[in-house]
Ligand binder design. Structure first.
Ligand SMILES: [Zn+2]
Length: 189
C-alpha cells in the first residue's frame, strides 16, 4: 500500500526508480530479439505474476513491434497511488516515450488480462494494430476486479449514469476549440 507522506524521498531517486532502471536494461538487452506471440504473452503473464509478489495488482503487459519488445508494464495502482497505473497504460506510456511518438501504429499489445474500458480506450488512442489477452473480463471479475459496470455506464445516457455529470460553462470552454481550429501549425493526433 502506498503511504504518500512516507514514500516521498527527500532527495535522490525513489526506490521505484532503481527497479525501473533494471527493467529498462532487461528490455534493452532483448530489444533485438524476435519473439513469437506465445513468448510475448508468456512475458506479460510473468510480469503479472511478479507484480503480485511485488505488491502490485495481478496484471502485466508487453508492447512489441514485429516480435521485438518495445516496452513492458505491470500494474502499480497501489504502489504508486495512481488509479490509472494499469499495466497497459504503463506499457503504452513507456513504448511511446521510447519510440518518441504518440502513435504506436505498427505495434501490438500483449496483456495478461482483457483490458478495462480505460485501457481499451488508450489502446485505440495509441493506434495499436492488434491486441492479445490471456485472462478474460470474467476471470478478473471472479477475483474482485469487476469493470462490467463501467462498460454498462458507457452505454447509458449521461443523465442516467451513476456518475453525476452536468454541462457547465460551454460558451467559455469552446474557446480552446476555436483556437485549435484556427491554429495552422498544430500536431494532429
Ligand atoms: Zn485498465
Amino acid at each position: 500500500m502506498c503511504m504518500l507522506t512516507d514514500s516521498l524521498p527527500a532527495a535522490g531517486p525513489a526506490p521505484e526508480a532503481s527497479a525501473f532502471t533494471m527493467e529498462d536494461k532487461a528490455v534493452s538487452a532483448e530489444e533485438e530479439e524476435v519473439f513469437s506471440p506465445e513468448e510475448l504473452m508468456r512475458r506479460a503473464i510473468a510480469l503479472s505474476v511478479e507484480s503480485v509478489a511485488q505488491g502490485g495488482g495481478p496484471f502485466g503487459a508487453v508492447i512489441a513491434r514485429e516480435g521485438k519488445i518495445i516496452a513492458t508494464g505491470a500494474n502499480r495502482v497501489t504502489l504508486d497511488c495512481d488509479p490509472t497505473a494499469h499495466a497497459e497504460i504503463q506499457a503504452i506510456r513507456e513504448a511511446a516515450r521510447r519510440l518518441g511518438t504518440f502513435d504506436l501504429g505498427g505495434c501490438e499489445i500483449y496483456t495478461s488480462c482483457e483490458p478495462c474500458p480505460m485501457c481499451l480506450g488508450a489502446i485505440y488512442w495509441a493506434h495499436l494494430d492488434r491486441m492479445y489477452y490471456g485472462n478474460s473480463k470474467k476471470d478478473a471479475a471472479a477475483i474482485g476486479f469487476d469493470d462490467a459496470y463501467i462498460y454498462e455506464e458507457l452505454d447509458r445516457n449521461p443523465a442516467s449514469r451513476r456518475l453525476k455529470s452536468e454541462v457547465l460553462l460551454p460558451d467559455e470552454a469552446i474557446e480552446a476549440f476555436r483556437a485549435w481550429e484556427k491554429k495552422e501549425d498544430k500536431t494532429e493526433y
